[in-house]
Write a new protein. Structure first.
Length: 70
């Protein structure tokens, strides 16, 4: 599944679509402290399971708003 998604994304990029790849890989920077703290707070509240496959709606909306501003 991941390989097929990567192939689709490569084709999209070839046609000029700008993408942010989140499918695989290791970041080349440390996790920012505010993210570590938010993750810790979530774990303490019991938020330790996977989200639905579409992801968390609040997070998706925040990402969309941020990308529209940039």
């Amino acid at each position: 599944m991941i390989q097929s998604m990567m192939q689709v994304s490569k084709e999209m990029e070839k046609s000029g679509v700008r993408l942010i790849h989140l499918e695989v890989g290791e970041p080349d920077f440390p996790t920012p402290p505010h993210i570590v703290e938010a993750a810790h707070r979530g774990m303490l509240k019991g938020e330790t399971r996977y989200t639905v496959s579409m992801g968390n709606l609040d997070l998706r909306e925040a990402i969309s708003e941020r990308l529209l501003i940039d």
